[in-house]
Write a protein that binds this ligand. Sequence first.
Ligand code: ADP
Ligand code: MG
Length: 139
Amino acid sequence: MTSNELLKGGVTVRTELAADAPPVLGDRIQLQQVILNLVRNAIDAMSTIGDRPRELLIRSAKDTNSVLIQIEDSGSGLDPEQAERIFEPFFTTKPQGLGMGLSISRSIIEAHGGRLWASPGLSHGAVFQFTLPKADGRR
Ligand SMILES: Nc1ncnc2c1ncn2[C@@H]1O[C@H](COP(=O)(O)OP(=O)(O)O)[C@@H](O)[C@H]1O
Ligand SMILES: [Mg+2]
């Protein structure tokens, strides 16, 4: 769904997906919406980067009772002062932004019993990650 936007944005994608991740129970469309939001935000955050590769890394990992999904970019990064506000409805730093993507995404993940948060990347950019409880932990 994002291949054309990635191509236009000059972004390369790397995936590191855990082979041993347990199944999760959830609304396929809603979870797709979350990942789409995070990928689009990452593309936007890398659009002004010219002095380093524009890289998107998508990782999944098994946690004790959940699965962890991480979406890391090499973009502009998060202003520490804005780091929590970015999840507020209508908060945007983009001229054409709606500011609803992260707010909706967090609601979706929390409705699935997980958490969604952001942290700075190792050298540049930002990492957005969320957990989803593994299916058999819900019974
Ligand atoms: N990957 C990212 N890197 C840096 N800033 C980000 C990233 N994702 C989101 N943000 C910041 O959070 C704000 C809110 O994001 P979002 O809720 O998706 O709304 P929108 O994309 O419409 O601005 C963005 O305007 C941007 O300032
Ligand atoms: Mg957005």
